[in-house]
Design a protein around this ligand. Structure first.
Ligand code: ARG
Length: 464
């Protein structure tokens, strides 16, 4: 039912009414809407703008509606344009006059902004919890597989041996920064627009600090026009989701490759794989692929809102009604993908032997052989040249560096002695890199300690 009957002689037709409505998506913020209204009514009563009795009736009526919505018994009416109208009109039907006083000193413009900010805080908070859960799994896998050696890649070509734990921890730190971005989105949403009314504030003596406190916002937004018309905090949330999805797309791409016959590094649990309707042998990493694929829609959500917001004149414009689906979709998608990623990682089988045998292939010891010469006094550039030629020699003779005889080494440079063979062991190569942040066992142990501390700090700082 429209709330502006006075000015109008006829209503819009059914299709137009539905086109203009946001009721369906608004149902996701019904509880936030009720929380905002309860705070508004309490503030109105404290300020003597409505009576204490009216406030009590409003509060009881709203609590009743909240329960009906939770129970699924609330009579949603498609003729209500949005959740604000749905709740207010049912409240007024239920309690009469006091319900009709609720909207004093308020507009749907500050009301919807309040609801969305409360929703954005809830979404960011849920995602931060999910992020912490996922990092716990990554960390636990890094601890459990400490010592497993695998090839490290650049350009997807074998580069140097690394520890699997080091590779996993690289994702841990990416996800740690995802947490920081989610936190920033949470903080950006954490400001109270209520009391800004349509755009200009109001003549009623509203106490905006009081509703700020009641609703648990950090502060009241200092400009009523800014308060009702920006949605930048939703962009922050969608950006945080987009970057997190980008990180997942990388992890999932690796899971897909690692579980292929060519790599054979991991086997995914049956619970995170699917078969083929025609090829009986198939075991497909569908969920990793789907996560990789869903990255696109989350980027789309970000681009959609950026585009909707572009060039909007101040203050409220109906375009802003379009701002809700995207963040809800982005947050739900990320939340689901975090759960899937955690499950896949937790249940996968790691084939240490395959990783190790691959770690030595593709001349991954070449840098260390060059370093061997450099440590014996040859300038590194020259050593690089000598080993480059040695690799070419190996390729021409279908050999690996580990297959070369002492004579072949010595023919390349007289500085080579028999002990060069020790420098060809992939585990030794990986574990020798103990500069801070390196892949050596000692350095990774330091890193694991830092990861434990970082996770603990974030766990202790979770909202609510
Ligand atoms: N359904 C609207 C939205 O979601 C609520 C605010 C409407 N305000 C207005 N002046 N039309 O944005």
């Amino acid at each position: 039912m429209a709330l502006w009957g006075g000015r109008f002689q006829k209503g819009v037709d059914q299709f137009t009414q539905e086109f203009g409505a946001s009721l369906e998506v608004d149902k996701n913020m019904a509880q936030q809407d009720i929380a905002g209204s309860r705070a508004h009514a309490r503030m109105l009563a404290k300020q003597g703008i409505i009576s204490q009795d009216d406030q009590k009736a409003i509060d009881a009526g709203l609590q009743d509606i909240s329960q009906q919505i939770k129970d699924g018994t609330f009579p949603w009416d498609v003729n209500d344009e949005d959740v604000h109208m749905a709740v207010e009109s049912k409240l007024t039907q239920a309690i009469g006059q006091p319900g009709a006083r609720l909207h004093t000193g308020r507009s749907r413009n500050d009301q919807v902004a309040t609801d969305i900010r409360l929703l954005a805080k809830d979404l960011a908070s849920q995602l931060m919890h999910g992020n912490v859960e996922l990092r716990r799994v990554v960390l636990q896998q890094a601890q459990q597989h400490l010592g497993v050696v695998m090839p490290g890649y650049t350009h997807l070509q074998h580069a140097q041996p690394v520890l699997l734990s080091h590779h996993l921890l690289a994702y841990f730190w990416m996800f740690t920064r995802d947490y920081v971005r989610l936190r920033a989105a949470y903080d950006a949403a954490d400001a109270n627009p209520l009391g800004s009314a349509a755009l200009a504030g109001t003549t009623y003596p509203l106490d905006r600090q009081y509703t700020t406190q009641l609703l648990g916002f950090d502060h009241a937004i200092p400009n009523s026009m800014d308060a009702v018309s920006d949605r930048d905090y939703l962009l922050d949330l969608e950006y945080a989701c987009s970057v997190a999805m980008m990180h997942f797309s990388r992890l999932c791409e690796e899971i897909v490759m690692w579980s292929s016959t060519e790599f054979g590094f991991i086997t995914l649990s049956d619970s995170y794989s699917t078969g083929s309707s025609i090829m009986p042998q198939k075991k497909n990493p569908d969920f990793a692929e789907l996560t990789r694929g869903k990255t696109g829609r989350v980027y789309g959500d970000l681009m959609a809102l950026l585009t909707t917001m572009k060039s909007l004149p101040l203050a409220y414009n109906k375009d802003l009604q379009e701002c809700k689906e995207g963040p809800l979709d982005a947050a739900k998608t990320l939340s689901d993908c975090m759960e899937i990623a955690a499950g896949m990682l937790e249940t996968m089988t790691v084939h240490d032997d395959v990783m190790l045998s691959q770690a030595g292939k593709g001349f991954t010891a070449a840098t260390d052989v060059a370093d061997y010469l450099a440590k014996k006094g040859m300038p590194f550039r020259q050593a690089h040249e000598v080993v480059g030629k040695l690799v070419l020699y190996c390729e021409q003779h279908h050999k690996g560096l580990e297959d070369l005889t002492a004579q072949e080494f010595k023919a390349a440079s007289p500085l080579f002695e028999d002990d060069v063979a020790q420098d060809l062991d992939p585990a030794g190569i990986a574990n020798a890199r103990n500069t801070y942040g390196g892949t050596g066992m000692k350095a990774v142990q330091v890193q694991l300690g830092e990861a434990v501390d970082a996770l603990k700090a974030d766990e202790q700082n979770l909202p609510r």
